[in-house]
Ligand binder design. Sequence first.
Ligand code: PLP
Length: 383
Amino acid sequence: MTVASSSSEIIYADNSATTKLDEDALELMIDLQKNFFANPSSAYKLSRPLKKILKESREKIAACINAEPQEIFFTSGGTESDNWAIKSSVLANLNERPNIITSAVEHKAILNSCAALERLGCSVTKLPVNKFGTVNPDDLHEKILPQTKIISVMLANNEVGTIQPIKSLAEIAHTAGKIFHTDAVQAVGHIPVDVKLLGADMLSASAHKFNAPKGTGFLYIREGLKLLPYLDGGTQEFSRRAGTENVPAIAAMAFALEKNCRDMERNSEKISACAKILLDRLRNNNVDFILNGGEIRLPGHLSLSFKNYDGETLLHRLDLKNICVSTGSACNSRQVKISHVLKALAVPKDYIRGTIRITFGKENSYDDAEIIGKNLLEILMPR
Ligand code: PLP
């Protein structure tokens, strides 16, 4: 996908960070902002269309993940959904010093929610992963404690794209009588997600990862599951998540998710082909790199570790060529911090610092993949 910048065109290949807002979803949002300003909770007829839009959006989203409409709770995005699932599962039982089981490769929205609860006296168990980033269900089986209140393992990893064996993990959790949550922020709208097949009790999603607006998302909560509200206040969201709903953004989220799910196979084939073009180019030129994340990965998701290279430098040099990717490390002025995910995968020492993440999206073209490949080669193998 090329986007106009002030000076020239940019190739955007960082779709795991965020995606471009779908044009039709944007039109819908603008129309609703302009023409339907009433509060959906009000009693007069001006509010009726907004109530209807909320209801229909909930139905559309539920259908996309095989849930029931009353199991969908609108939130401000993935971070809030994750915080709600984790914190509300243990807050009612803090005096029992609850245990939370998660994995070593979760997003910070999960890991820092766990860290906050650790400070309140909870214990946290982090399951290890193999070199592909996959959790072994047997490890979960061994780690469950009587005081474990929730088990949370992400469906697809944001850094390396690994897809976890959620069905097996959920089964183990349920056999032990425990609640199972999955952070599906990178998966929803990109790979088939069926809450009944997965067996998740809760599932987090974020709109801006599937071509819908930022600041919106949802938490699926299986009907019958008792979970404290995270935001207290009014009676919105069946009295479980207070706050006046952002109806235009919610409607745009439902629209974009329906569209992505309808076009999923086609999009997935295209972005997988983009990834293959790029990989072939690197391999045909004998570039020394590791493709992280194994075979069972998100389509179009490439975490590449280049031997004896610096990912930060690579990012900036690609940026100079108007190509947006991200790194596997976070930099401050003094030091480069290697990501907890790459560490958990035990990426070899001489490769780990040279990691970049290239994530293709439905707006990318085969030409984008060719251009990224050509520029990467020029940087990595100067003549
Ligand atoms: N979980 C995962 C796996 C993510 O990739 C992200 C965002 O990058 C989040 C949670 C947080 O989502 P949001 O940006 O909607 O708060």
